[in-house]
Design a binder for this molecule. Structure first.
Ligand code: NAP
Length: 352
C-alpha cells in the first residue's frame, strides 16, 4: 500500500491504547497521527500523560506526541486522520464514537454499539461478510463514516474456537473463564483485591459472552444478522495473571465426531485474513497443544504474535460431547490486535 492510512487512537493512554501503539509500530498500512484521551491527559506529552506498561520501550517519537481530547474538534486540530481506533471506556464510547462515525471509519473496542442491529460485530476469520452491515448503517444514519465493533476479549477467543465446530452442529456451550488483570484496564483491579485471591465476578462479562457469541456466529442475509441458535452459559472469574485469558469450554454437539476429527477441525481452520494475507493475520488462527498441562497464559499467550487462539486438553466429557481449554491474549487478539486485523479487512475490501 503506497499511502499509509493515518489513524487516531481514542483512549490511547489505557491498557488497550498502549497495545495499539505498540502493534502499530512499523505497520505497513497504518501510521499513528493523533493520540487522544481524557481531559486529565489532554495537553500533556504522551510520555508524561501515560504510565507505559508494555514489555517494549515507549517509542521516543510517541512519547513526544501531544495528547488531544477525545472529541472530533480536538482530534481534527491535532492532525488529518483517515481512520479512528477507539479504546474508550464503554460508558463514554456511545456518543463519542457516534460523533466520529459521522465522518470517519471507527473501529471500536468498546461495548457501547456492539449489539445495535446495524453495527457489525466482527472477527475477521469468522464473519467477514458482516462488514456489509455498514452500508445499511450509513444509509440509515446518514453517516459518511461508520462504526464497526470488535467483541469482548473473552468472547473473541471463545468464538474463534467455536467456529470450526459449527460443522458438527453446536447445541450447548458452557464456558468458565479465568481472566487476566490487564482485561480490567490500567490500573485495573486493586492489588489487595486480587493477591492471594480469585474474584468470581466481572461486571457484565457473562452477559456479553452469552449475547455477543450468538451475533458473531450468526448469519447475515444481506439485511440483518440472524443469531446462531445454540445455547450458551458463561461464568467469569478474574485471576492473578497479567495477560491471557484461559477458558474451560464444555460443548454439546448435534453430531458425534471423534476427538481426532475435532482436533483436525481446529487445526485446519483458516479464514479470510489468511486468504488475503492481511498483515496482522496469524498463519494459524487456532494452534492445538498436546501437553497434558497446556495451554498456560505465561507460556502460550504470545503464540502467533498473540493473534492465535491456543487450544488444548481436548477430551471426552461424561455429560456434554467433549471439552477443551482455550487461551487468548486479551489485549492482542482480544483487543488492539483484533481491532487492527479488522481494519485491515475493511481496507482490503475497499470499505475504509
Ligand atoms: P483503561 O486502561 O482504563 O483505559 C481507558 C482509556 O480511556 C484511557 O486512555 C483514558 O484516558 C481514556 N478515558 C477515560 N475516561 C475518559 C474520558 N472521560 N474522555 C476521554 N477518554 C477517557 O481501559 P482499557 O482496558 O484500555 O479498555 C478500553 C476499552 O476497551 C474499554 O471499553 C474496554 O471494555 C475495552 N476492552 C478492553 C480489553 C482489555 O483486555 N483491557 C479487551 C477488550 C476490550 P486517561 O488516561 O486520560 O484517563
Amino acid at each position: 500500500m503506497s499511502n499509509k492510512r493515518k489513524v487516531a487512537i481514542l483512549g490511547a493512554t489505557g491498557a488497550v491504547g498502549q497495545r495499539f501503539i505498540q502493534l502499530l509500530q512499523g505497520h505497513p498500512w497504518f501510521e499513528i497521527e493523533v493520540l487522544a484521551a481524557s481531559e486529565r491527559s489532554a495537553g500533556k506529552k504522551y510520555g508524561e500523560a501515560c504510565n507505559w506498561v508494555m514489555e517494549t520501550n515507549l517509542p521516543p517519537e510517541i512519547a513526544e506526541m501531544p495528547v488531544a481530547n477525545a472529541d472530533v474538534a480536538s482530534v481534527e486540530k491535532a492532525g488529518d486522520v483517515d481512520i479512528v481506533f477507539s479504546s474508550l471506556p464503554g460508558d463514554l464510547a456511545g456518543p463519542v464514537e457516534a460523533e466520529f462515525a459521522a465522518l470517519y471509519p471507527v473501529f471500536s473496542k468498546a461495548s457501547a454499539h456492539r449489539m445495535e442491529k446495524d453495527v457489525p460485530l466482527v472477527i475477521p476469520e469468522i464473519n467477514p461478510d458482516h462488514t456489509d452491515l455498514i452500508k445499511i448503517q450509513q444509509k440509515q444514519r446518514g453517516w459518511k463514516g461508520f462504526i464497526t465493533t470488535d467483541p469482548n476479549c473473552s468472547t473473541i477467543q471463545l468464538a474463534i474456537s467455536l467456529k470450526p465446530l459449527m460443522q458438527f452442529g453446536l447445541n450447548q456451550i458452557i464456558v468458565n473463564t479465568m481472566q487476566a488483570l490487564s482485561g480490567a484496564g490500567y490500573p485495573g483491579v486493586a492489588s489487595l483485591d486480587i493477591i492471594d485471591n480469585v474474584v468470581p465476578f466481572i461486571s457484565g462479562e457473562e452477559e456479553k459472552m452469552e449475547q455477543e457469541s450468538l451475533k458473531i456466529l450468526g448469519s447475515f442475509n444481506g439485511k440483518s444478522v440472524q443469531n446462531a441458535d445454540f445455547q450458551i452459559s458463561a461464568s467469569c472469574n478474574r485471576v492473578q495473571v497479567k495477560d491471557g485469558h484461559l477458558e474451560s469450554v464444555f460443548v454439546k454437539l448435534n453430531e458425534d465426531p471423534s476427538l481426532d476429527e475435532i482436533e483436525a477441525a481446529f487445526t485446519k481452520f483458516k479464514g479470510e485474513p489468511q486468504k488475503l494475507k492481511l498483515p496482522s493475520a496469524p498463519v494459524n488462527p487456532i494452534v492445538v497443544r498436546h501437553e497434558k498441562n497446556r495451554p498456560q497464559p505465561r507460556f502460550d499467550r504470545d503464540t502467533g504474535c498473540g493473534m492465535s487462539v491456543v487450544v488444548g486438553r481436548i477430551r471426552k466429557d461424561p455429560i456434554m460431547s467433549f471439552k477443551y481449554i482455550c487461551l487468548g491474549h486479551n489485549t492482542v487478539r482480544g483487543a488492539a490486535g483484533g481491532g487492527i486485523l479488522s481494519a485491515e479487512l475493511y481496507v482490503a475490501k475497499g470499505l475504509a
